[in-house]
Design a protein around this ligand. Structure first.
Ligand SMILES: [Ca+2]
Length: 900
């Protein structure tokens, strides 16, 4: 928009009316186009007002609302943005009431909500006042709600006034702006009377607007009025609950300040009168630990006080697992006139009745505010959403201030890493320890833990890596301890500080020690419809809103197709990120085909080679060997959910692949794929893959490439990658894997469901074992599907196999320093463990569905927060994962073949 233009936005076809003193325009909604169907010609001469000739021109403005369409406001705008104090008068008639209320006011999915409910449905017409850049006030008229609503871009819902509007009745409407005072009268009766004390818009142009239904404006006139005299009267809080839009809302006077959902959630909470809602939160207790509960079933909601304070209390219980448990939250809302802010004080009780206890291996959570507009776009080329809170600042138990960027990657020492607990990464002082989100010029939310019923107890604040919500948690006992019957109480406060204070804290704060301050990430900057050039890598410890492909070491800064940057995958490796509305990037549309393509260059590729992934589909064109840049791609319909769709690039096998100019774009309905784009996915396990083996690594798997690849001879693409100090050794003419018990291990790039029937067979030669648990093989996400290890440091070693945590123990059978053949067979009913072809253990199977926690197969260690732990010192060979349960004869055959 050009602020210097008298007309705020000129795009496309505009309608100019030559010098009519009064105009009559009828707008038709539903067509998505604001159409002047009748225009009354000039009925008088133009008048002059402070150099602004009134009226000069009215015009359609399509660009302002992002294009005409149902449910979007359409406007005719007038005047320039310098105009300050004026009255706008017109005659309004609503000819057809809207039947549609879309989009409805919605409580959920708060992190995808933006624009402070700008497009909420159920309103036919409106007057826009003081449009200044993207900011403006809008007075909205609604037949179905029988109300007039004052809304602004800066403050959201500002004032709700009931008014018995009737269809086809002509109303004389007069809106007036004088300094921070905005009023509206209908037929000379005052309806809206609002003082904008927080962030008034003090000048701007005007518009007539239409949302739904059909309305008719005529005799529109704008004229100058004198400036306001004196200051706004002080704000006096008048809190109460009111039914509005069929929901329970807390109001301060006529301003809605939050919606209470019957599910113990508070939605769209304002922290400052007249300022946009900033967060949603819940008022119930949760525990994610072993003795989990979710006390979100409301059993009572009582209001104790309305007027100057709002006091209410919510009781709730766990509906499923622990109906005996009660959580109670008493909320007191007050207005702090000194700082012009609301203060939400809470007393949260967790009540354990007699006869029950609760073991806590995880801190209990008393709230989880979700901050609006907190998440930036996943794509720098996509729409640029406002992110008013790019940082958190918190007061550590030591009294020092630390800051954390909100960049989705949970990088700071504090996201569950053991080192964090030792370092007390973000322990808050229960006596006034605060956590603030900063960056907003007006109001920055603060969470203050004031007191608790248990002295010296630990409080945690964890920022969710995805939605950037703020988990507030507490350990009323030591970790692993047991809560005895009683009431456990936390007092905490939610309020805000202004931009000046927030910035001051940010300046004073040190960056919270992350895992590695120098670590860098390769960002996804493309977005749907934009070419990704792999040209942006940033430090992990910086605030950025895009999603990363992965570590910056994946970026090659010497090789590119048309530039000098690309994504380089050496050995079996993948990189990827996600797109969709949840990432605030371009939406992925339903019933739409997408083309996913990239340019690839290869060097010594063996295996399936480069592949592309999108929404659960994959494409492997079979490019191998050493080739110069060529384009690959395919067309597919991504699997739901479409609000967050994963995509990526893979090298399946040995050798090196470079990817560049990666592009995801929607395909038009009648568009045919152009050569070389394939019209459908091509999954990895093509014909030729073994029907009974999922993975087979043996002496012939050693690719001796830069990517340190173990080729999967089963042709399922389950290649392995040597990590850390893991090496391939020659022993008796056979190539075998050696791991050191510390940093060395082997992992697959692809995931397995570990669903029975399943057999794992391998050779193991333990060295000097250093740990209690010495992992031979682990599998699934967070090692949860499989743990197969040798127990304890003294030989002969015991075999401990834990599918899904079930413990199957075979005592003292594996000798040190010599090869043993191990087979673990699970047919879904029985687990049989063989050593050197003989059964050493039979037990019932865990019988669980392991598909829920799919993940890689890892040899020689388990992985905890990306770090190896409980490593095996020794050698491994002849590893095969079978998609069936092997019988005794088959296992014996494998043993008798010897190390392979
Ligand atoms: Ca490039």
């Amino acid at each position: 928009m050009n602020p210097h233009s008298d007309f705020v936005s000129l795009r496309g076809k505009s309608m100019k009316l030559a010098n009519p003193a009064l105009i009559c325009v009828t707008f038709i909604a539903g067509t998505g186009i604001l159409t002047p169907v009748s225009v009354v010609a000039a009925r008088g001469a133009a008048t002059s007002w402070g150099g602004w000739t009134v009226p000069v021109n009215w015009q359609r403005d399509e660009s302002w609302v992002g294009g005409a369409g149902d449910n979007l406001w359409s406007y005719a705008t007038f005047g320039n943005e310098k105009r300050k104090d004026y009255a706008m008068e017109c005659s309004l008639r609503i000819d057809t009431a809207t039947e549609r209320m879309e989009p409805k006011y919605e409580a959920g999915w708060v992190w995808t909500k933006y624009g402070n409910n700008a497009e909420v449905g159920g309103y036919e017409a409106g007057l826009v006042l003081r449009k200044q850049g993207d900011d403006f006030y809008r007075v909205m008229f609604s037949i179905p709600f029988q109300e007039v609503l004052l809304w602004s871009t800066r403050g959201g819902f500002l004032q709700v006034a009931s008014f018995p509007l009737e269809v086809k009745k002509e109303y004389s409407v007069r809106a007036q702006c004088q300094g921070p005072h905005v009023t509206l009268a209908i037929d000379d009766k005052p309806v809206i009377d609002y003082w904008d004390r927080t962030c008034p818009i003090l000048s701007g142009s005007v518009a007539l607007g239409l949302h739904e239904g059909a309305a008719h404006f005529s005799s529109a006139r704008v004229r100058q009025v004198p400036s306001v005299k004196g200051d706004a009267p002080p704000h006096k809080a008048a809190f109460h609950f009111r039914d509005w839009k069929g929901l329970k809302w807390a109001f301060d006077g006529s301003e809605p300040i939050f919606m209470y959902g019957g599910n113990c959630h508070g939605y769209d909470a304002k922290l400052v009168p007249g300022y946009k809602p900033q967060l949603s939160m819940y008022w119930y207790w949760i525990n994610y630990g072993d003795e989990s509960f979710y006390a979100d079933k409301q059993t009572a909601f009582t209001v104790q006080e309305e007027a100057e304070r709002l006091r209410f209390e919510i009781s709730a219980t766990d509906n499923k697992e622990k109906a005996w448990l009660t959580g109670k939250t008493a909320v007191t809302v007050t207005y702090d006139s000194l700082n012009n802010r609301y203060v939400y004080d809470h007393v949260s009780d967790l009540i354990i009745p007699d006869g029950h206890t609760l073991r806590l291996n995880h801190p209990v959570e008393f709230t989880d505010p979700v901050i609006h507009g907190h998440i930036g776009s996943a794509s720098t080329q996509g729409e640029q959403w406002e992110t008013p809170h790019p940082w958190s600042v918190y007061k550590h138990v030591s009294g020092k201030l630390y800051k954390l960027p909100h960049n989705h990657v949970s990088w700071y020492a504090g996201y569950g890493k053991p080192a964090w607990r030792e370092a007390k990464g973000n322990y808050l002082d229960p006596k006034g320890g605060f956590w603030a989100l900063v960056g907003d010029p007006v109001a920055n939310p603060t969470f203050i833990v004031q007191d608790s019923s248990v002295k010296d107890s630990e409080f945690y604040t964890e920022l969710c890596g995805w939605a950037l919500d703020v988990h507030k948690r507490w350990y009323p006992v030591k970790p692993g301890g047991t809560l005895q019957p009683g009431t456990y109480t936390v007092k905490w406060q939610l309020t805000s500080v202004d931009g000046r204070q927030g910035n001051q804290w940010l300046q004073e704060a040190e960056i919270c020690a992350p895992d590695d301050l120098d670590k860098r990430l390769l960002l996804y900057t493309g977005g749907v419809g934009h070419v990704e050039r792999f040209d942006k890598a940033v430090k992990w410890a910086n605030p950025f809103s895009e999603y990363p492909w992965g570590d910056a070491s994946l970026q090659d800064t010497q090789v590119g197709r048309t530039d000098s940057t690309s994504l380089k995958l050496a050995g079996p490796r993948s990189a990827g990120a996600t797109v969709g509305a949840s990432n605030y990037s371009e939406p992925v549309l339903e019933d739409t085909l997408y083309e996913v393509s990239a340019w690839v260059k290869t060097d010594g590729v063996v295996g399936e080679g480069p592949g592309l992934r999108f929404g659960g589909q994959e494409y492997f064109p079979g490019v191998t060997g050493t080739r110069d840049w060529q384009r690959i791609g395919f067309v597919c319909k991504p699997n739901p959910p479409l609000y967050i769709v994963p995509f990526g690039a893979t090298n399946s096998g040995a050798g090196t692949v470079w990817f560049d100019d990666f592009l995801i774009r929607p395909v038009a309905k009648d568009e045919k794929p152009e050569t070389p784009i394939a019209s459908a996915p091509v999954p990895i396990n093509l014909a030729g893959a073994s029907p009974e083996r999922l993975l087979q690594w043996n002496s012939a798997s050693d690719a001796q490439d830069a990517g340190r690849t173990l080729l999967d001879l089963s042709k399922h693409g389950n290649h392995g990658r040597l990590e850390g100090s893991a090496t391939i050794m020659e022993e008796g003419g056979i190539r075998v894997i050696e791991v050191d018990g510390i940093q060395g291990y082997v992992t697959t790039d692809r995931s397995f469901a570990f669903s029975p029937p399943l057999t794992l067979t391998l050779w193991v030669k333990p060295g000097k074992l250093e740990h209690d648990w010495n992992m031979i093989a682990t599998g699934g996400a967070w090692n949860r599907a499989w743990n197969l290890f040798l127990f304890y440091k003294q030989a002969p070693y015991s075999i401990d196999f834990r599918p899904w945590g079930k413990r199957i123990f075979t005592e003292g059978v594996v000798p040190p320093d010599q090869w043993s053949h191990l087979a673990v067979v699970d047919d879904g009913k029985t687990v049989v463990i063989y050593l050197n072809g003989n059964v050493v253990k039979t037990e019932s199977s865990a019988g669980r569905n392991w598909a829920a926690v799919d993940g890689p197969l890892v040899l020689g260690t388990s992985i905890h927060y990306d770090e190896p732990k409980n490593g095996l010192a020794g050698r491994l060979a002849g590893v095969t994962l079978w998609s069936k349960s092997l019988d005794k004869a088959a296992v014996k055959d494998l043993f008798e073949k010897g190390v392979e």
